[in-house]
Design a protein. Structure first.
Length: 95
């Protein structure tokens, strides 16, 4: 089966579940995005792997930091940057 062509969420202005594009490597729109640092690309891939079939991803900042081998503080900055670039959407759940 051919790989799905990954399109940026910015192309149609709608939320996309990134997991549908994950096949063990980064989607093309992530690899080709010159705005992203290598750490942002690794973080995006990590979040993608942790995303469920409904597009939800609920790790703590520390869990992500441990996976990408960065400090929690740096991880918060990277995730905030991904959100500012329109690649992810943070939603607060609970109180």
């Amino acid at each position: 089966m051919p790989a799905k062509k990954a399109h940026s969420p910015e192309e149609n202005g709608q939320f996309l579940n990134p997991r549908i594009f994950y096949e063990g490597s980064y989607p093309d729109f992530i690899m080709d995005d010159e705005r992203l640092t290598s750490t942002e690309k690794v973080t995006y891939a990590t979040l993608t792997k942790l995303t469920d079939d409904n597009g939800r991803c609920c790790p703590t900042y520390q869990e992500v930091a441990d996976k990408i081998k960065k400090t929690k503080r740096h991880t918060v900055r990277v995730i905030t940057s991904l959100e500012e670039k329109g690649l992810i959407q943070k939603v607060t759940i609970g109180n």
